[in-house]
Ligand binder design. Structure first.
Ligand code: ZN
Length: 606
């Protein structure tokens, strides 16, 4: 019987012991062999083709005596925990929990209350998903739902895998079924499945069955089950179905809905402890393996696009639930690839939010391409795929680099014989050219634009230069009361170039100095020195002008929060590596006081 030693160095010792225990029970070679075909390579070493980069001859080695792995191709390495982290796309605590379970080690609880609440809500959502699935298969009143599924061409296996279900048309079907299984009303509400009835609310019609204190959020809808990265059910999207009865739509309160208001096409689980819309990529749990294998994630807009694509064998596809990818979503994707191919629906392409979403991806060092759907083949990937999956595959393969796509977009609908339209096109594209760091490449684009607009390259170069001056000069317009505002500065040096995330954070603070405390609270370790250099101010002004023009204070605050979170993640990863190394050193030196101090720091990072 294994026990955790809480008695040696207080509670902190428990976690490190558990980590050591996991490592001693799970052999790195055996664990890696569950994922890769290992071949002996002498003296306790084994080799395989690296799962983390594309290669044909093996440069990935696992060593049993050292209990470590290393790839000489992409220069990554570590222990059994970091391998599982990378392979499964888990963060450190997730990997620990997963491996602890596998090894039969009990982890000391951190954040116990929240984690058991999460588990419970997952169970409740899972029960709901099973209930909805059974309704689609068996409910005699679900013919219209089954007809819809058939009409969309989804086969039985697909519906099983994606857990597609039906919410019957009634106030208490699900709530009664789950209460019979011991789920409380409160849990149903906190899982986002039920809505508390407002006692004063009038019921919509006399003949509908009286809801009790709570009622179903989803009624007469086709339900898509939304899972997190690890396949745990976190929520649902309910699509409206034609026919079948219900005229009343699930929403926050019955009383707000006049009988004439049209039903919403989609109803989603609200934000809950489990479901945060901006953190979810639909289908990632099923697509992550193929995304990693191909080193490419295809991003589409709709759940249906994802499901159809997977059914037809293109499985590195996920959906963002909105036009712009959020920082959290990008952070998830980064565990598997930094190459994105994005397919926009025809109406979303080219709008400001879409382009800003791309900017964030590029700021986070993603390599972004745009999928252009073949003309007249359909308005979204779902239609294209059902017509001919080969067209979809070719569209993915022929995805355009962002700049090429922006270039083509800028010319769309413009009459290039008119001087003012030439000016408009140049004004759209020159800031894009500015961000190209390679001078030869930038020059080639200027030459191409000069040719296509029928103007001289010199004129464009002149304009390109003046963009920087304009932006620099506009500083005072951005900050009429700037004189005594807090000034942010981090001097980029040769060894530490300003990271894009830092630039992003500082640029927002440049626009909104009043957010300083908000940022400082989130990136507490980060020093924001005074007196900025003129050069840095210019950089920030250009960056702010390009990325955040016309954004509301609210939008900027959200951007700032996301950026700070990402910076923090990055910092934590670095810190953990450093602390682990220092702990090993302290252990060798027998410095128990230092170990204890480092452990305390380590635990704070989780
Ligand atoms: Zn590698």
């Amino acid at each position: 019987m294994h026990t955790l030693s809480g008695d040696r160095e207080g509670v902190n010792m428990g976690l490190m012991d558990a980590i050591e225990d996991i490592k001693s029970r799970l052999d790195v070679v055996d664990t890696v062999a569950e994922y890769l075909q290992l071949k002996p390579a002498g003296s306790g070493s084994f080799k395989a083709c690296c799962p983390f980069h594309q290669e044909k001859t093996p440069s990935f080695f696992v060593n049993r005596p050292r209990q470590s792995w290393h790839c000489f191709g992409c220069d990554q390495g570590g222990d059994v925990i970091s391998f599982v982290q990378k392979m499964e796309g888990m963060d450190f605590p997730e990997a620990l929990e997963y491996l602890a379970q596998k090894a039969g080690v009990i982890l000391p609880k951190f954040n116990t209350e929240q984690s058991s609440e999460r588990k419970r809500l997952q169970e409740v959502n899972d029960l709901a998903s099973k209930y909805f699935r059974a309704q689609l298969l068996q409910n005699p009143n679900a013919d219209h739902a089954r007809a819809y599924v058939a009409q969309r061409g989804l086969d039985e296996l697909t519906c099983d895998i994606w857990r597609i279900g039906y919410a019957p048309d009634g106030w208490n079907g699900l709530t009664d079924a789950l209460r019979a299984k011991g789920v409380t009303e409160d849990e149903l509400i906190r899982a986002g499945l039920a809505i508390k009835r407002d006692a004063s609310a009038k019921l919509p019609t006399a003949n509908c069955q009286l809801p009790t204190t709570i009622y179903n959020r989803f009624r007469n809808r086709l339900l898509f089950t939304i899972c997190d990265l690890h396949g745990k059910v976190v929520g649902f999207t309910g699509r409206i179905l034609d026919g079948g009865g219900a005229q009343f739509i699930a929403s926050e309160g019955v009383q707000h809905h006049a009988p004439t208001s049209p039903p919403a096409k989609y109803v989603n689980t609200p934000e809950t402890l489990l479901y945060k819309k901006s953190h979810i990529l639909f289908g990632l749990d099923k697509a992550k393996g193929e995304i990693k294998r191909q080193d490419l994630a295809v991003i589409v807009e709709g759940n249906m696009d994802v499901i159809t694509s997977h059914q037809f064998g293109v499985t590195n596809v996920v959906a963002s639930s909105g036009t712009a990818l959020t920082g959290e979503q990008l952070n998830l994707l980064k565990r598997f690839t930094t190459n994105l191919a994005i397919a926009f629906d025809a109406d979303a392409a080219g709008n400001a939010a879409t382009i800003r979403g791309l900017d964030l991806a590029r700021a986070l060092d993603f390599n972004v391409k745009i999928i252009v759907l073949p003309r007249n083949a359909g308005k979204d990937p779902d239609e294209v795929i059902r017509q001919d999956v080969e067209m979809w595959k070719q569209a993915i393969q022929g995805a355009l680099p962002v700049i090429e796509w922006l270039y083509r977009n800028a010319f769309k609908g413009q009459d290039t014989t008119k001087p003012e339209e030439k000016k408009k096109i140049a004004a759209t594209l020159l800031p894009e050219f500015r961000r190209i760091s390679n001078a030869v490449e930038r020059d080639a684009w200027v030459a191409r634009l000069a040719r296509d607009l029928g103007v001289s390259e010199d004129a464009l170069r002149e304009e390109l230069k003046s963009i920087r001056q304009q932006v620099t000069g506009s500083k005072d317009i951005l900050h009429p009361h700037r004189s005594n505002a807090t000034v942010y500065s981090l001097q980029p040096t040769a060894s530490h170039p300003l990271h894009d995330l830092e630039t992003r954070m500082l640029a927002i603070l440049y626009l909104k100095p009043e957010f300083h405390p908000l940022a400082q609270e989130r990136v507490s370790w980060y020093h924001l020195p005074e007196s900025p250099s003129e050069d840095l101010l210019n950089t920030l002004a250009i960056f702010a002008d390009r990325e955040f023009q016309d954004q509301s204070a609210d939008a900027l605050r959200r951007e700032l929060e996301t950026t700070c979170t990402l910076l923090r993640d990055k910092w934590i990863t670095g810190e953990r590596t450093r602390l682990e190394q220092e702990m090993r050193d302290a252990e060798l030196a027998g410095d128990t006081a230092k170990i204890s101090d480092l452990l305390a720091q380590f635990e704070k990072l989780i």
